[in-house]
Design a protein around this ligand. Structure first.
Ligand code: 26V
Length: 811
């Protein structure tokens, strides 16, 4: 294992600083100091990185490649130091140089190449693969602009570009010699030569895919895995791209721009699919580059392609990388001369797929004519996959034309990516028990009947190294002092903490730690937006993407109701609360942006009303991102997980909150169900419609939001307040919000769940009054959170899907 003593570290650091900046430490800025440290850590990591690679080559172990359009890594310095096992030494050494490590870490820009849950999950998975000694690599896009930066101006969201590379990125290494060429457009010629079909692709637009590698450090195990992100560049002048650029300056510039657009920006949508051709281009770009480099590497190491599936597992994170399937087919057939049958067997045995949402509006389907024009050879292969698949259906479901056309991969003029992903892979998984059941019973039921063995569940997880050890050092210390340190490598050992739930001293210590974290967050809030919040109030938090199904609206309506009650009776006996929101809305999602505005309008009114004596405060924190989550989550008392049942595939912040000792108020949706099963009904607050009730309303109707509203004076009042000028002189401002609830019958049952939600909140209020009772519940939540470590999730993927890793070999 990597070790270093304090003096050597100091020497190395000063040397690095001088080399990098050409000046003495005293003359450097904080950013200089951060950069020198990052760069030094990368040097330390480099040796293990190379060694890991060599070891994988020597043992010939199965390699996993996790393909994802998004990797939401956040900051890397703190976690790399932690995983290397030198964070404490480094902190002491820097202290002696008059540098505060915690502060320095704040100078790192978040690497925000993801929208939300799906991208962060990919990042947690990389951390777990490295920490479990699983040869697992990430493959994605190096967007020049990450997820936009959110500013709240006059209560509304304004988007600014996230040029995260402005000050450089110490973690990445560019590897131009490992570039690949990706081909778009053009024509395909098929010729029969000696009884074999030969395929040539001509007049295409070539794009150079250049890889940038980032080391992923395992926890104290000398493993350093690789995340490879591809950047698009024009091919060099020597390349003969004759038909469109030679001698024509303007065309050459156009070409350059069109190429660079590919890795320019991350699409800031996570639930609404638009058929933007650039996005399809992004998908094929990184998938083709990734697959080509895997196969090239495999062959260079003497691999035999006929057993590719025994040596390599390719996992696709949602449908975005589904073109991996026809791309592998293309290479095996066109470039390696394999038969369709052999190529198909190898491809399907290699690829596995995770579904992350059941929202119909997020399902990817590409217009077939656009697809064909952009990717002519890939389209031919998809057509052939579909022809053979439909043949199989015809033989099985004689005469059932509707069923067959519903299941077809190409239909109604579109290529349906989820269908291609299911047909072309050997495993399809959902991300929580309920979600997988809904996939099997509803969304993908026809495919489940056809391929029951492909479907399986892998409940999500989070890395406890970032989300507990790194972000909550005081809680980590308490755990180590009470139950020892075995939980760090075996997170389910956190269960041993259960016996301390009844220990008065431990409960008091838990309360003290929480209060400390709340004080830190209160300072961040004060510095950022000038609002004073009381660390002794209950911190009631909802942070996540803004979406109608996640129901920030429900949370907002109950705050409005509570405010009305307080105005009526300022002496109302309630536990003082600070309501904290954060999250970004997709720039084109009008209702979500209006939700942010409404919350801010409510905040403005509530925070400035002297009558209610500061009993409640509402804060909307700007620019939610991984590093901000790391400050908010350890400071939370109550975690809001209030999506409409059936809509949230899993959720992962729910797991982060419980691991940090927050209690959860939740619907029985996504992984909330499993959290409830772990902690028991007494240690979570559940409310709202059940799965059955929701599905019945969707199928049979019978819900009238209008009637629900009219029968509840509280709802009548708060819904009127949205449009009567109470929160904005402009009565039109929140009209859409109102209409969604009342004119369009409240698609997500916000009004229906209102009463039950208020009762649940009253229960939270009552529990919080007895701090011992509350901390007992907090302790039980922490103790049962180990199962939600992504180490458990990754072990399940490795043994159940990929057939990889140490655990698999020792089964
Ligand atoms: C979908 C789309 C649709 C087209 C436009 C661009 C785009 C980008 C990303 C996505 C993926 C959305 C799906 C997603 O993020 N699902 C979340 O996945 C989490 C990890 O499994 C899970 O915890 C959340 O419940 C689920 O909403």
């Amino acid at each position: 294992m990597f070790t270093i003593d304090k003096e050597t570290f100091k020497r190395d650091y000063l040397k690095k600083f001088l080399e990098l900046h050409g000046r003495e430490l005293e003359e450097g800025t904080d950013h200089h100091k951060y950069e020198a440290l990052g760069s030094l850590v990368r040097d330390y990591v480099a040796k293990a990185w190379i060694e890991t690679n060599k070891r994988y080559k020597a043992t010939g172990e199965k390699q996993v490649y996790y393909f994802s359009m998004e990797f939401l890594l956040g900051r890397l310095l703190g976690n790399s130091l932690l995983n290397l096992g030198i964070r404490d030494i480094c902190k002491e050494a820097l202290f002696e140089l008059d540098i505060d490590l915690d502060q320095l870490e704040n100078f790192e820009q978040d690497q925000g190449l993801g929208n939300g849950g799906l991208g962060r999950l990919a990042a947690c998975f990389l951390d777990s693969m490295a920490s479990l000694n699983i040869p697992g690599n990430g493959c994605g896009i190096r967007y020049k602009y990450g997820f936009f930066e959110q500013k709240i101006i006059n209560g509304s969201q304004i988007e600014a570009p996230d040029y995260w590379l402005r000050e450089g990125n110490v973690w990445e290494i560019k590897k131009p010699d490992k570039s690949e060429i990706v081909k778009f457009g053009g024509e395909v010629r098929m010729e029969e030569v000696n009884g074999k079909l030969n395929c040539t692709h001509i007049n295409y637009e070539p794009v150079l895919a250049v890889p940038y590698d980032t080391p992923i450090v395992g926890y104290e195990n000398d493993v350093v895995n690789n995340l490879r992100l591809w950047s698009a560049e024009p091919v060099s002048n020597e390349f003969d791209f004759s038909s469109f650029s030679r001698g024509d300056f303007l065309k050459a510039i156009e070409y350059k721009n069109s190429v660079e657009a590919i890795s320019h920006v991350l699409y800031p949508d996570d639930t609404f699919y638009e058929g933007k051709i650039l996005r399809l281009k992004q998908q094929y770009f990184f998938v083709s580059a990734g697959i080509q480099s895997i196969i090239r590497n495999f062959k260079d190491n003497g691999g035999d392609l006929s057993n590719l599936d025994e040596k390599i597992a390719i996992h696709i994170n949602d449908t975005h990388p589904t073109l991996a399937i026809p791309e592998i087919m293309r290479i095996l057939m066109d470039e390696e001369g394999m038969s369709w049958e052999d190529a198909w067997r190898i491809t399907t045995n290699t690829v596995s797929y995770t579904n992350h949402t059941i929202l119909a509006e997020a399902l990817e389907k590409w217009q077939a004519d656009l697809f064909k024009k952009l990717l002519p050879r890939i389209y031919m292969i998809v057509e052939e996959i579909n022809r053979r698949f439909c043949q199989e259906l015809w033989n099985k479901y004689i005469g059932q034309w509707d069923k067959i056309s519903n299941m077809s991969i190409i239909g109604d003029g579109f290529v349906r990516m989820a269908h291609l992903a299911i047909v072309g892979s050997h495993s399809v998984n959902g991300v929580a028990k309920l979600h997988t059941e809904i996939l099997k019973k509803q969304e993908m039921k026809d495919f489940y009947y056809l391929y029951p063995r492909k479907f399986n569940n892998k409940t999500n997880g989070i890395t406890h190294r970032r989300w507990l050890i790194k972000s909550n050092p005081e809680l980590t210390k308490l755990l180590n002092e009470t139950i020892g340190t075995s939980w760090i490598k075996h997170p389910t050992d956190l269960e041993n903490f259960t016996k301390f739930a009844d220990n008065t001293e431990v409960r008091e210590e838990l309360a003290r730690i929480k209060n400390n974290n709340k004080k830190k967050l209160a300072k961040i809030i004060k510095d950022a937006q000038g609002i004073a919040v009381d660390p002794n109030s209950m911190f009631d938090v909802q942070v996540k993407r803004i979406h109608a199904y996640k129901r920030q609206s429900l949370n907002c309506l109950r705050i409005m109701d509570l405010y009305n009650k307080l105005v009526e009776n300022p002496n109302l006996d309630i536990v003082p609360r600070t309501f904290i929101f954060a999250g970004k809305a997709a720039p084109g999602y009008y209702l979500a942006k209006k939700t942010i505005e409404l919350i801010n309008a409510v905040a403005d009114k509530v925070n400035n009303d002297k009558r209610i004596k500061d009993k409640i405060k509402v804060v909307y924190m700007e620019n939610y991102r991984v590093s901000l989550a790391e400050s908010i989550i350890p400071a939370t008392d109550l975690s809001e997980q209030i999506s409409t049942t059936t809509k949230e595939a899993s959720g992962t912040s729910n797991m982060k909150f419980m691991m940090n000792g927050a209690l959860t108020i939740a619907t029985l949706d996504g992984a909330n169900v499993e959290i409830r099963d772990e902690v028991g009904d007494d240690n979570i607050i559940i409310f709202g419609l059940t799965e059955r009730e929701v599905l019945e309303y969707y199928q049979r109707g019978g819900y009238s939001s209008w009637d629900t509203c009219n029968n509840d004076p509280r709802l009548r009042r708060v819904t009127q307040d949205i449009i009567n000028g109470y929160y904005s002189p402009d009565k039109e401002r929140f009209k859409t919000f109102y209409e969604h609830l009342l004119t369009y019958n409240d698609e997500f049952f916000v009004l229906k769940d209102f009463d039950s939600y208020l009762n649940a909140q009253a229960k939270a209020d009552e529990l919080y009054r007895d701090i011992h009772k509350w901390q007992r519940m907090a302790a039980i939540n922490i103790a049962h959170s180990g199962i939600f470590s992504s180490d458990r999730t990754i072990q399940e993927y490795a043994t159940g899907i990929w057939g990889s890793g140490y655990l698999y070999k020792n089964l």
